[in-house]
Design a protein around this ligand. Sequence first.
Ligand SMILES: Nc1ncnc2c1ncn2[C@@H]1O[C@H](COP(=O)(O)OP(=O)(O)O)[C@@H](O)[C@H]1O
Ligand SMILES: [Mg+2]
Length: 290
Amino acid sequence: MEIAIIASKRNFENKLIAKEAEKRGLNVKYVNPRSVRVLVDGDIKIYDRFGREIFDENVIALSRVERRVLWEGFTLLLTLEKIGYKVINSAYSLLIGQNKFLTMIHLLREGIPVPMSYLSFSLSGALKFIHQMGYPIVLKPIIGGKGKDVMRADCRKEFVKAAKYHLDKMNCVLMQRFIRHGGRDIRILVVGGEVIAAMYRVAASGQWKTNITLGGKPIPFKPDDELTEIAIRSAEAIKAEIAGVDIAEENGQMYVFEVNPTPLFRGLIEATKVNPAKYIIEYAMEMARK
Ligand SMILES: Nc1ncnc2c1ncn2[C@@H]1O[C@H](COP(=O)(O)OP(=O)(O)O)[C@@H](O)[C@H]1O
Ligand SMILES: [Mg+2]
């Protein structure tokens, strides 16, 4: 059996996944979705840049597709699914999970609580809703990560500035009610329908964004039954077999912010000593036997 890690980079997480696979005697190859060539001629064949066929029969494709190659990655995953390969984290879950608006509507439809959100493709459309939402308002890129360009507006002036920035960059404005979580939220990692590790992320002092990459501190945490269920159902809502689910609490009410189909886990390992790569590979091997 072979594991094909679909990613553009050999980052910390992917190296760890490769190591766990090799430990168990699996062959590992990295496939950069940008480097493939696909021939459709009666059948579908995928070649590398040297013209060699990349995928043998008993390959499991493990999506670690990053946002920078989202479209190429999505295309490759869906192609692999159509050929008949097992793809872990389907193309579908990648597309939904990387899009914050589409994630919200999938969660909402499964009865999972999400912050009040509003999507507009114009400034006049966005301004129409500020009163209903009330300040502060969070504006975030519909596709993005690491807290980048996630902004908070406390007044109309700040809102207009931020909304213009987002319209300029992304052609849309995604607004959300500000959840008063006090600078702390919860990341729960789900693999194969089970919670394998969880942590609090505590924002750096004076910050409201909890992202580890922005200085958020990972602290080990054991989710109760309610949070465990929310995390598992959130992963299911976008059909992700592997997902990092972000949950914030405000006055005892939980809200899901994100379901990340390509989760990073350096902070989680630091906090919990759990190695997600081991669970991911064991899950992939279990799926291969099915
Ligand atoms: N509606 C919100 N209310 C309060 N804080 C928020 C809200 N949305 C995001 N945040 C904070 O900003 C951080 C980054 O936002 P998020 O939507 O997770 O984007 P990213 O993909 O960049 O991590 C979150 O981890 C959270 O701490
Ligand atoms: Mg986030």
